[in-house]
Design a protein around this ligand. Structure first.
Ligand code: PGA
Length: 257
């Protein structure tokens, strides 16, 4: 974290878990443990079906609501899709874009992810752009190359003045849902490289203002050491975010003055 230059962002990625009726008890519980996290931004990334309940439950709290996906199209004959304007209208402020599970199971590639980033931003939704290497790429020493390609393609056409609204999440695929997190040093090394890529595209002032999260088996035990790294500006938390008590411990690891 480096709060002098940028905010710290802790996001819960619920994926396709929980039921809409479980939102209110969860948020009430979290609010009770952590009434007003002051030093970091807390975001709940929920399934589409949970959005209305989450926005309602998060009123009078400091928690923001995010979607986990968005259409690249503005509107029209795209059965089953949800547009950025629809999300915005419900009170959604952020959206995960390019999560590895969507790349893997839904065929999303860097070009599509770029279209989604642009569509989200045009409607006033801040993207949380996920990038990361496979185990094979890491073993072949291709991590930086892979991440550079993903970051550059995702940001194509995003003007400098809008970069303040972008969050990047570095999520190595081998760490997601495996219980094997990247070490704090590994996470910092890649987050630092991502910042250097942004510096190359937009200059130093913008690069130091963009929050870059780490994601992949973040839990209540490893959060503090990960967030202590200078270039790791919080986390995108899957499994451990489903339990409000564990998630509160993770938030608190970042919610330090
Ligand atoms: P995990 O998931 O924390 O369960 O590893 C992280 C993510 O996929 O965003």
């Amino acid at each position: 974290m480096n709060r002098k230059y940028r905010k710290t962002v802790i996001a819960a990625n619920w994926k396709m878990n929980t039921l809409p009726s479980q939102v209110k008890p969860y948020v009430d519980n979290l609010k009770q443990i952590l009434p007003r996290p002051k030093w970091c931004e807390v975001i709940l990334c929920v399934p589409y079906t949970h959005i209305t309940a989450t926005v309602k439950a998060c009123r009078e709290s400091r928690f923001s609501v995010a979607a986990q996906n968005v259409s690249e199209f503005k509107k029209g004959a795209y059965t089953g899709e949800v547009s950025a304007a629809m999300l915005r209208d419900l009170g959604v402020r952020y959206c995960i874009i390019g999560h590895s599970e969507r790349r893997q199971y839904h065929g999303e590639d860097d070009m599509l992810i770029n279209k989604k980033v642009l569509a989200a931003m045009e409607a006033g939704i801040n993207p949380i752009i996920c990038v990361g290497e496979t185990l094979e790429q890491r073993e072949k020493d291709l991590t930086m190359e892979q991440v550079a390609l993903q970051v550059k393609t995702a940001l194509a056409g995003v003007p400098a003045e809008k970069m303040r609204r972008v969050v990047i999440a570095y999520e190595p695929l081998w760490a997601i849902g495996t219980g094997v997190n990247a070490t704090p040093e590994q996470a910092n090394e890649v987050c630092n490289t991502i910042r250097a890529i942004i510096r190359g595209l937009y200059g130093a002032r913008i690069a130091r203002a963009v929050p870059i999260q780490y994601g992949g088996s973040v839990n209540e035990k490893n959060a503090e050491s990960l967030f202590a790294q200078p270039d790791v500006d919080g986390g995108l938390v899957g499994g451990a975010s489903l339990d409000p008590e564990k998630f509160a411990v993770i938030i608190n690891a970042a919610n330090q003055e």
